[in-house]
Design a protein around this ligand. Structure first.
Ligand SMILES: CCCNC(=O)[C@H](O)[C@@H](O)C(=O)O
Length: 345
């Protein structure tokens, strides 16, 4: 059966912290490129992902880069733009005739983007939606949210006092964990009071932070206003490719983005595992054509490079090889019909 590689969404690679907390002994000048920048580890992660994808789609994508076959879009952020470039370097090293410099096993491949303030497809949560803000306010009044806040109030108090993050709460404490995680990955010791068990608790709270963004309370409505926008575009890509007189040449859409983008999409699909997507993790949505001509959608999530194959992911209510029509019917409830209207309060 035929395979249209379909859509790939990945998180950028390893980076420096986005910021430091007020009492942080490490400052922006301790990082080679400053805050929020892709590290050499992050470049290697994406180069490897590009090589993996090249192998996976051998026979379905041309061996050599073909601008008609693949389209890459990134958020307009250094770390995602550079991740896409490193990914493509791994995926499309130039063959003899494509080499423009015999000493350089690299060729330029366009990475498209839109300005940050115009980005409505790959950057979530979108803050332009009053109804979503209302849903988040309501989430803060749910039992699960209040119980978490109560259970961890001593830890939150300690974080406020020790870090200077005076407004730290269950929703924002993820940022402190993120800084500690990046520093630890690059050999910078955490403060003594951040014991391994404190770190584990902070990690759990960071994961909870992702869950409340697009789930926990009124998941479907949150997803209609957030990740449903991306899922809508993906489904349009798939159904265009499946159309009998399809003029669509692009076989693979590549989106280079963030952990929240992967979570927003996976919550919309109701397949989120509740954990922060790792660096260079990749959600694959493939279109297959069976012998009988029927189009099916398969999904995979590569979040662990220690296993050779990405994990298959099934849309709830459908088989892993899900007929395109069923895929569309089952996801319709999270696709906004008129988002502007649905955002009004
Ligand atoms: C305000 C900080 C937002 N964080 C980011 O943009 C990061 O890229 C984050 O999404 C990530 O994937 O690490």
């Amino acid at each position: 059966c035929g395979l249209y590689p379909g859509v790939r969404l990945y998180r950028h690679g390893d980076r420096s912290p986005i910021n430091a907390y007020p009492t942080d002994p490490y400052k922006e000048s301790d990082w080679p490129q400053g805050f929020g920048q892709l590290s050499q580890e992050g470049m290697k992660q994406h180069f490897e992902l590009g090589q993996f994808l090249k192998k996976r789609y051998t026979g379905f994508l041309s061996e050599d880069y073909d601008r008609h076959e693949i389209f890459i879009r990134s958020t307009d952020v250094d770390r995602t733009l550079m991740s896409a470039e490193a990914n493509l370097a791994g995926m499309f090293p130039p063959n003899g005739s494509e080499e423009f410099n015999p000493d350089l096993k690299w060729q330029p491949i366009p990475v498209h983007t839109v300005p940050v303030d115009k980005e409505k497809l790959l950057s979530f949560p979108l803050e332009d939606c009053p109804r979503y803000t209302q849903l988040m306010n309501e989430t803060e009044k749910t039992d699960i949210f209040l119980n978490m806040t109560e259970t961890y109030k001593e830890l939150i108090e300690m974080v406020r006092n020790k870090t200077g993050l005076e407004k730290a709460n269950i929703e924002t404490i993820w940022s402190f964990y993120d800084t500690l995680f990046c520093e630890a990955k690059h050999g910078m010791r955490p403060p003594d009071w951040v014991t391994p068990s404190v770190m584990e608790t902070l990690k759990m709270l960071k994961n909870f932070g992702f869950q409340i963004l697009f789930g926990i309370y009124k998941r479907k409505e949150k997803c209609r206003l957030q990740g449903g926008l991306l899922l809508d575009q993906i489904i349009k890509n798939l159904s265009n490719a499946a159309a009998p007189d399809s003029k669509q040449e692009v076989k693979m859409m590549v989106y280079s983005a963030h952990d929240t983008t992967v979570v927003a999409l996976q919550e919309a699909l109701n397949v989120f595992n509740g954990l922060q997507p790792p660096y260079a993790s990749c959600h694959l949505i493939e279109l297959h054509q069976e012998e009988n001509g029927m189009f099916t959608v398969e999904m995979f999530y590569r979040n662990d490079t220690n296993v050779s194959e990405p994990y298959p992911v099934s849309l709830p209510g459908c088989s892993q090889r899900c007929p395109l029509q069923d895929f569309m019917n089952l996801t319709r409830e999270v696709i906004p019909q008129d988002r502007d209207k649905e955002c009004q309060i």
